[in-house]
Design a protein around this ligand. Structure first.
Ligand SMILES: [Zn+2]
Length: 114
């Protein structure tokens, strides 16, 4: 995280959420790459109209493109933590892994997913 000391906390949080909820992510260090997550960060600064924002109300959602909304993903993760899912999610292991990456980065205890 030291690499991002010059960035706003919010920007790092947005990028980390993007990276952590992407099933392809293996390690939080992926955030250090120049990936689309930094475009998501740029989207929080300006409404340049480069993409259609998420339909859900709230700054967190509006800063993400519709259909690739990190806030929606975060909501899904939060819901997944508290309510048992009747049908298995498409890639629950990847989501749980992403959530744990966030917890790890935030210094929170890792949750085992049943
Ligand atoms: Zn959303």
């Amino acid at each position: 995280m030291r690499d991002h000391a010059h960035r706003a906390y919010r920007d790092v949080a947005v990028a980390l959420t993007w990276v952590a909820t992407d099933p392809k992510t293996q390690t939080p260090k992926r955030m250090n790459e120049l990936g689309p997550w930094w475009q998501a960060v740029a989207g929080t600064e300006t409404s340049s109209g480069r993409y259609t924002p998420c339909d859900i109300e709230g700054d967190a959602h509006r800063s993400y493109p519709k259909g690739r909304c990190g806030a929606c993903r975060a909501d899904e993760l939060a819901a997944d933590d508290h309510t048992p899912t009747p049908a298995p999610a498409p890639i629950p292991a990847a989501y749980a892994g992403g959530a744990n990456l966030v917890r790890q980065a935030a210094g929170l205890p890792i949750k085992e997913h049943a």
